[in-house]
Write a protein that binds this ligand. Sequence first.
Ligand SMILES: [Zn+2]
Length: 325
Amino acid sequence: MPELPEVEVVRAGLAPAVNGATVTGVEVFDARSLKRHISLIEQQSGEIAQGHGRTLDAATQQLRAADFEKRLTGVTLGPAVRRGKFLWIHIEGSSSVLFGHLAMSGQLLLRGIDAPDDKNVRIRIWLNHPVHGELRIDFADQRRFGSLAIDELVATDDSHPGGLGTELPLIPQQAGHIARDPLDPAFQQDAAVRGLRQKSLPIKMALLDQRILSGVGNIYADEALWAARIHPELPANQVSAKRLNELLTAVQFVFQKALAEGGTSFDAQYVNVNGEAGYFAHSLNAYGRSGKPCNRCGETLKRSEVIDRSSVFCPVCQAKRRRRG
Ligand SMILES: [Zn+2]
């Protein structure tokens, strides 16, 4: 599943191609990839079909596809913005945005107009950019947990910019509940530490709570806990503020390093906008390395099931006993 570094690589790849581009056409091949898109008719009637299930009835699918195509065709796109794992593209002169969530296997591919089709393309957006000419964005998604949508901007609750890529203090409604991520200039580390300390959940689970800090999923949680030498099952409220600060510094470090290496393509589902894999999988110290030697002490890494998440950790470096500090 793409986490912050992977979504940021996609955002940075799309940004120059979409900013200033006119949408010349939209084709929805599979309306199940619009599960987060609520049509104007549904909004006005207040009868919103089950939006987050994987199945939508055929009439709703047709309605949403037509609504999405109509509202996006002809608009001029603006900056591409990201907070945590959410991505959106501003629409010039409008309070609406094109909103995207890649979820498990979503890909946003930037292609020339004559490029051959990639697998599992669900939605295609045709663009004409004043500098780059004609292009298309293909939203491919093998497992269909991801979605594109048109969403409305609302004010951020702290008056800071909505995310990386914009100066405007606006955020799409669907991302409004998501906390800032550790690479956001307006990220408040003290508040995140306080949020974590209020949780009696295992620290691994608390780290995945997107309302405390966003952008962290299974891969970077395991990597940051390994780097900060914290056992994934330790209750968050038993970890000292000092060690939680070290943990958040570790999150920032692994994010930066993964970004520099183009993200982690662990299961071949994540690729950049050109369809290329990232290199960070070669730099992983914990995630996916159960049974292999710890890169720090040589002990065999173990796997544990923390609630419904599998975690890999070093039983020596990340001993469960409470450490002072
Ligand atoms: Zn170790």
